[in-house]
Ligand binder design. Structure first.
Ligand SMILES: [Zn+2]
Ligand SMILES: [Zn+2]
Ligand SMILES: [Zn+2]
Length: 258
């Protein structure tokens, strides 16, 4: 969105897989009037020198794009293929229509396979082009360069599966994880701003709790940590004061400029 040489990150969505409010839930957070307690499915936009890189095509991509008047997506990085991170993929069609060009999508081999399985119509050359987004699969095999940026994939443990975090210079985005392997912590040395999964107060089998997210990244000595993929257990105004000084809850629309 910004076209200068700074790295600009927008948290498009900060919510867990159900979004917050959760359908049918009447808890205090789901009823909260604080816009920071209203969370669409997790996704982020990285803007650099006029290029927009989307991290995940979340279920709420359409709503997020409208909210931020997004007209341009130049590439997509997928963290993994759980439904909340990929179900907005069809809405990428609109960006093809505006630009008249295809969009490269980056994912691990396993995730590219899963995308082919779940969205076979997109990759079926016999289907009418108007009904499917024009996407170019790009296999992630290690660090790569994209639009002048060094992108470092960060392997993460996500329950029984894996997810891929991304380091881009001083910034790293690590959603959907309950453990950061030692070898991945090494890749994060020197990061200044971290966005990390911190689902809720209680432990969970495939997501960091807030305390676990903090403990696991204390050794990195980052300047700022933003917890994301938040559930309705997190009451922003009430709970933020309990976080360490360099730790905050992300919220939809949060803008980070580096
Ligand atoms: Zn998720
Ligand atoms: Zn609720
Ligand atoms: Zn997940």
């Amino acid at each position: 969105m910004q076209s200068n040489s700074s790295l600009n990150i927008t948290i498009l969505g900060s919510g867990t897989s159900t979004g917050v409010p959760i359908i049918g839930c009447r808890c205090a957070v789901c009823s909260s009037q604080d816009p920071r307690d209203n969370r669409t499915r997790s996704s982020a936009l990285v803007s650099y020198q006029g290029k927009n890189i989307l991290i995940d095509a979340a279920t709420d991509l359409r709503q997020q794009a409208l909210r931020h008047q997004l007209r341009q997506i130049d590439a997509v990085l997928f963290t993994h293929t759980h439904a909340d991170h990929v179900n907005g993929i069809d809405d990428l069609r609109v960006f093809n229509m505006i630009s008249g060009s295809s969009i490269p999508i980056y994912a691990t081999g396993e995730d590219l396979h899963a995308l082919h399985r779940s969205f076979s119509y997109i990759f079926d050359q016999e289907q009418d082009e108007g009904y499917r987004p024009q996407l170019i699969p790009r296999l992630i095999e290690g660090p790569f360069r994209l639009f002048g940026l060094d992108i470092v994939p960060i392997p993460l443990t996500h329950g029984l599966g894996t997810a891929t975090g991304y380091r881009i210079g001083p910034f790293a985005y690590l959603t959907d994880c309950n453990e950061i392997p030692e070898s991945s912590l090494a890749l994060l040395q020197g990061v200044e701003t971290l966005v990390i999964d911190g689902l809720r107060h209680r432990p969970h089998s495939s997501h960091f709790s807030i305390a676990q997210a903090i403990r696991s990244t204390d050794g990195l000595n980052v300047k700022k940590r933003w917890l994301t993929h938040l559930s309705h257990d997190v009451f922003h105004a009430r709970d933020e004061s309990r976080l360490p000084p360099n730790c905050f809850f992300a919220y939809d629309g949060l803008n980070i400029n580096l």
